[in-house]
Design a protein around this ligand. Sequence first.
Ligand SMILES: [Zn+2]
Ligand SMILES: [Zn+2]
Length: 360
Amino acid sequence: MYPETIDAIGITDVKQWTKPSRFSYTPQEFRDYDVDIEIEACGICGSDIHTVKCNWGDIYTPMAVGHEIVGKVVKIGPKAKAGLKLGDRVGVGAQCDACGTCARCCKHYENNCLNAVDTYYSAYPSGIKTQGGDASHIRVNSKFAFKIPDNISSEHAAPLMCGGITGVSPLFQNNVGKGSKVGVQGIGGIGHMTVLYAKAMGAEVTAISRSRSKEADSKKLAVDHYIATAEKGWEEKYKDTLDLIVITASSFSEGEFDKVLTLLTARGKIVFITAPPITESLKITPFSMLRSGYSVGGSVIGSPDDIDFLLEFTSKNNIKPWVETFDISEEGLGKAWEYVDSGKPRYRVTMVGYDKAFKK
Ligand SMILES: [Zn+2]
Ligand SMILES: [Zn+2]
């Protein structure tokens, strides 16, 4: 029922990132707590594009990316996570393993584990390099496979596994609820999900974007206020109005930071969740933080507990990210990457059609 080798589509030549091709690989030895998953859908994350374009450095080849994976459990180890069984539909995000023994893991902050293993562009302690979800199957530590409620379709579940949890985790961590005032800077693949969930939690939501180009979509997402930072006078009009600002834009122009800070109420917090180019940095003037008691922080994906909670919350509130689908094939995946790279999707892309592509 499960393969000895896994078929994948990914980068075999770094000079041609829009032309992925087929390859197969042998996964690392099956451990007692692992699961094998037959993949049926996988979302495209901004990280996939950064990786295949080598924006974050050289990559090993061949490499399959994709870390918004949905599929069925086809093999399960005797010490797998309680509650998982053969045939379950599960999701896997950007993390496929953690040490499980460090102080961070013991606190259930597994996403902050210094020995965390990423689903692709990473290596297990054994040295075996990881391969992502643009493939027939994947083998992961069962702690990082999450059962998906029946009323969430696979194409909608996929983007929750990385983009969704990344954009929503700061809302959980900061106890956003009825009456909270949340700003979302960057209305895109992740930001549109941050807005959907903040609204579902009962918050008053302000979209912060450079121009008016996302205003119509933001209204459809039911934002309460819209700020276009390219226009004059916004900082005066909206100062002291937001408890939490989640920065989801992939690049942050330094000049605006001090102005955006003044949107916060006393003891307000700004959280960064996306990884800009490595060369980008922020200049903070401590003086501007003191009287208002502001904090600046970061957040990466989410812990297993947060991912389970996200899926339960999505199911109960019937939340659907905006998703477009592409059939997976060498050509289809290359086209989908180019499309995501163009910034045109509204707002996430999920690859489907795995049964045809991998002839199961
Ligand atoms: Zn991602
Ligand atoms: Zn750990």
